[in-house]
Write a protein that binds this ligand. Structure first.
Ligand code: FAD
Ligand code: FES
Length: 259
């Protein structure tokens, strides 16, 4: 499990500006919220959450932001990557009236969880928060799953003008939401947590990772929680005690980078 398996890219699709989904053959189970380590030969190995789960074929959805993701973005159908995992804990879908809040690239990994909610026949609402219209993706996919989809943009180019967390605050009250699942910018997730006093809350965190198996300590948050094995999904009770949540992350050298 901790050695990458070389596999072939089966499809590569541009979802929006600088956002792509690639699929590859990789048998085995994975729970929504878990992630793979994706090795781009000769470049780097980076963590990526699963965004599509179909028997032997899995998918990831990512933003072209740096060396590894730029190289991954350039790969096409038929090219090879290394995959190891799955790693991490995944979401636990409890509650009867869930709200899913995705911000930016964090939207992608919520899709398999919303599919799981549909299989459980839960009435789901999804908020997709992006900076501007051109960055919006998966709106159709969530509608096809049967969820109620609401969009927020920072610039008001489509949907609600403002932050996804502000829109969520209204929906939580109006729709009697009893569980919030989120992935996106940490400040957004921190703000969401502040509205979820009695509501179940689970958030997916990102930290710079090296081993992904709990050995190197690179991804630690709070008082020694390792995002790769104790997370990446953390509940609200835990996150309230993590002083760096929504405040800073660390780079490859361990330096603090404020959000
Ligand atoms: C558990 C987990 C799951 C992830 N799932 C996804 C996913 O599904 N889709 C996706 O697009 N990305 C995901 N990421 C983030 C992804 O791994 C990074 O974007 C990637 O490592 C960047 O590598 P790079 O070499 O392209 O960029 P780099 O050259 O390393 O960095 C480019 C810029 O992005 C910043 N950056 C790098 N990593 C992060 C990060 N983790 N958080 C915030 N800023 C960062 C850097 O500081 C720098 O400014 C996930 C991360 C984790 C820990
Ligand atoms: S990445 Fe090494 S402990 Fe998490």
């Amino acid at each position: 499990m901790n050695q990458p398996i070389i596999t072939t890219i089966l499809s590569s699709f541009e979802e929006a500006t600088d956002i792509k989904t690639i699929t590859f053959r990789y048998p085995g189970k994975i729970t929504p919220g878990q992630f793979y380590m994706i090795w781009i030969p000769g470049v780097d190995e980076v963590p990526m959450s699963v965004s599509s789960i179909k028997q032997d074929v899995k998918g990831i959805t990512f933003r072209n932001i740096g060396d590894a993701t730029q190289a991954l973005y350039r790969l096409r159908k038929g090219d090879q990557i290394g995959v190891r995992g799955p790693y991490g804990n995944g979401f636990t879908l409890t509650g009867k009236r869930p709200l899913f809040v995705g911000g930016g690239t964090g939207i992608g990994m919520l899709a398999p969880l919303v599919e799981q909610a549909r299989r459980k026949k839960l009435k789901s609402t999804v908020i997709l928060g992006v900076k501007t219209k051109d960055e919006l993706f998966f709106e159709d996919r969530f509608q096809q799953i049967g969820a109620t989809v609401l969009v927020s943009t920072d610039d008001g180019s489509v949907g609600y003008q403002g932050f996804a967390s502000e829109l969520a605050k209204d929906i939580i009250k109006k729709e009697r939401i009893d569980a919030v699942y989120t992935c996106g910018p940490e400040q957004m997730m921190r703000s969401l947590l502040s509205f979820c006093k009695t509501i179940l809350f689970q958030a997916s965190l990102e930290r710079y990772m090296k081993c992904a198996i709990g050995i190197c300590g690179q991804c630690c948050i709070g008082r020694g929680l390792r995002v790769c094995v104790d997370g990446p999904i953390f509940d609200g009770t835990t996150l309230k005690k993590v002083q760096d949540f929504g405040v800073y992350r660390r780079d490859a050298a361990g330096r603090k980078i404020p959000f």
